[in-house]
Design a protein around this ligand. Structure first.
Ligand SMILES: Nc1ncnc2c1ncn2[C@@H]1O[C@H](COP(=O)(O)OP(=O)(O)OP(=O)(O)O)[C@@H](O)[C@H]1O
Ligand SMILES: [Mg+2]
Length: 493
């Protein structure tokens, strides 16, 4: 702090000047004389800091000349909340009248924000303790009323905070229910269709076995069915336009070959990656009389495969969502303790070992001098799991996964870095929102980063953010080395 107060006698303001400040204009001569005697004028150079948040609030300030900026840290960045050059604006220990309150908790008032001089600034300062004392003496009833207002406000803030948490939980449940509903309905639908198809196949099998088709043709048909299923499994994804073109071609082919209801078969064949070439091949191998029955037999099998994949995808998505919900619900189980952060990182890497593809090199860059960190260990493991999981998926098979730890001031820094394509700048906040995912349906819940952020920020008083450019993406978790008091987590508040 570059503060230049007069070295000899402190600079005071005469009562007449004090009366020109709106705060003091109605005070009588005796009170102004007291203020004149106790208030000291201080000068601050442009760019210097008058006070920082959380420092003991020792001074009440009244702006005389210049411009000040008041700011507060929100999510790790400084946000300006006020900027003023209004003569008489007051700030600092504005609740100093609470300092000597009967309630001992209020003894240690702290500044709630930081104030910086934007130009050279002149302020009148009053020691908080003396100012608070005189306020209680001069205006006892007003101070009682203010105290009531202040305590009442804090109580309602606490209640609203709790209510907000409940609402957030409600929103999450609603979101989760909605997300679960889609795959569950899809699975039910697919199962019903599958049941019909299997019944139809049983029926067809009966017809085939009753001697209409000779055993040799039956064997061939069965082989063709297997071939088609294999082809379908490797089918490349088609764009909507490609799929519709292909469907037209196949419909035409089926019409040309006198197949009734060809329109029913075409979409199934397209979805299985089959084309007219494959149909030509089939037509050569199956006698014309059996072509229709044969094609139907093959498509039943293909459709069943598709339906089973749909059911598999839907149920996998349900398990993923249930897994994520479990992560939420386990949040307050594990104990809070000081622990080595590396143990959790190592065990997470072991747990994920099977998921890390061969093309991905894992680099451990650990600062072994890092002191133990106050943490909910099991929860942090979920954070590392989610971040490493994302990094692996982003690299799509090859790259370098770096897990780094370092000390960053009063924080332990854990970086999970990948060499994938990165997060575009416009998405760096969005990706932390619940249910935001760029992964294909069934692949991601979009809850990983939301859960991780809650654990780091809400449960540990830390910070989780991403710094990314293509080829170098770092998810940085900062965890305080001294556990802060977190409201609503069992700490006295
Ligand atoms: N390391 C990364 N590189 C690039 N993009 C990422 C990275 N990590 C996350 N993202 C982006 O953020 C999105 C949200 O991530 P989040 O972990 O919340 O959900 P998800 O990974 O899609 O789903 P889930 O975690 O359930 O598998 C991802 O879909 C992806 O687009
Ligand atoms: Mg994820």
């Amino acid at each position: 702090m570059t503060q230049t107060t007069s070295q000899t006698a402190p600079d005071r303001l005469p009562p007449e000047t004090l009366r020109t400040l709106f705060l003091f204009e109605a005070l009588d001569d005796a009170k102004l004389a007291w203020l004149s005697e106790h208030g000291v004028v201080e000068h601050y150079q442009a760019g210097s800091q008058l006070f920082f948040p959380d420092a003991p609030a020792t001074c009440f300030y009244v702006l005389l000349d210049g411009t000040i900026q008041m700011s507060r840290a929100v999510d790790g960045t400084d946000v300006e909340i006020n900027r003023t050059d209004y003569r008489g604006s007051y700030f600092g220990a504005t609740q100093s009248w609470l300092v000597n309150a009967t309630n001992p908790e209020n003894r240690a008032q702290r500044y709630g924000s930081s104030v910086r001089a934007l130009t050279d600034v002149r302020v009148l300062t009053l020691p908080a303790e003396e100012f608070g004392g005189i306020m209680r003496q001069w205006f006892p009833m007003a101070v009682h009323l203010l105290e009531g207002l202040f305590v009442g406000m804090r109580a309602s803030e606490a209640i609203i905070g709790q209510r907000e948490r409940l609402t957030a939980l409600g929103r999450l449940t609603a979101g989760l229910t909605h997300e679960l509903n889609n795959p569950a309905a899809a699975a039910v639908r697919a199962t019903a269709t599958l049941r019909e198809r299997v019944a139809a196949m049983r029926h067809k099998l009966g017809a085939l076995a009753s001697g209409m088709v000779d055993p040799e043709s039956l064997m061939m048909l069965s082989a063709m069915q297997e071939e088609a299923i294999e082809k379908a499994a490797k089918a490349p994804e088609l764009s909507a336009v490609q799929a519709s073109d292909r469907e037209d071609e196949i419909s035409d082919w089926l019409d040309d070959h006198d197949q009734t209801n060809g329109w029913q078969l075409a979409p199934i064949l397209v979805a299985s990656g089959l084309d007219t070439e494959w149909l030509d091949d089939i037509a050569e191998r199956i006698p014309a009389a059996h072509l229709e029955g044969g094609l139907r037999w093959i498509t039943y099998a293909l459709e069943s495969e598709q339906l089973m994949s749909e059911i598999e995808e839907a149920t996998e998505r349900i398990s993923a969502l249930v897994g994520a919900a479990k992560q939420y619900s386990q949040m307050d189980r594990a104990a809070h303790q000081n622990a080595d952060i590396h143990a959790g990182l190592d065990s997470t890497l072991v747990m994920l070992g099977r998921k890390i593809p061969e093309g991905v090199t894992v680099v451990r860059d650990f600062d072994k001098d890092l002191p133990p960190v106050p943490m909910f260990a099991a929860e942090l493991n979920q954070v590392w799991t989610n971040l490493i999981d994302n990094a692996i998926q982003a690299m799509d098979g090859s790259g370098t996964l770096t897990v780094r730890t370092a000390r960053d001031g009063e924080f332990a820094l854990v970086e999970i870095c990948d060499t994938g394509p990165g997060v575009p700048p416009e998405l760096t906040t969005k990706i932390f929102e619940p249910f935001y995912t760029t992964k294909a349906v069934g692949k991601g819940t979009g809850l990983g980063l939301d859960i991780s952020w809650r654990i780091v920020a809400n449960r540990h008083g830390g910070d989780l953010r991403v710094v990314s450019k293509p080829g170098d993406t770092r998810f940085q978790a900062r965890l305080p080395l001294v556990a802060p008091e977190i409201p609503g987590q069992g700490n006295p508040e």
